[in-house]
Design a protein. Structure first.
Length: 85
């Protein structure tokens, strides 16, 4: 009897932790921006990275991000706007 209750307790805790982490990750994305803007920003950055890696472009500002190549290291920084977001 105790083995079954311990097993069910562990299963319910693990399911709770999984759903809670998924919920928190979605909330972080929703608070930062909506999912469409996140996808557009990430997709744009991933399309420009090959040009920076091949030395065609050294630095660029794209969708609120500043992408710089210094000493063969690519740095991506989010630009703070005037509202302080």
């Amino acid at each position: 009897m105790y083995k079954i209750t311990i097993f069910l307790t562990i299963m319910s805790l693990s399911i709770f932790l999984i759903t809670f982490t998924i919920y928190k990750n979605i909330e972080v994305l929703k608070n930062d921006s909506n999912l469409l803007n996140f996808y557009v920003e990430y997709n744009s950055i991933s399309k420009i990275l090959p040009y920076i890696g091949s030395d065609e472009v050294n630095d660029i500002i794209l969708n609120g991000y500043k992408i710089i190549k210094i000493n063969n290291i690519i740095k991506i920084e989010k630009i703070q706007n005037l509202k302080g977001e």
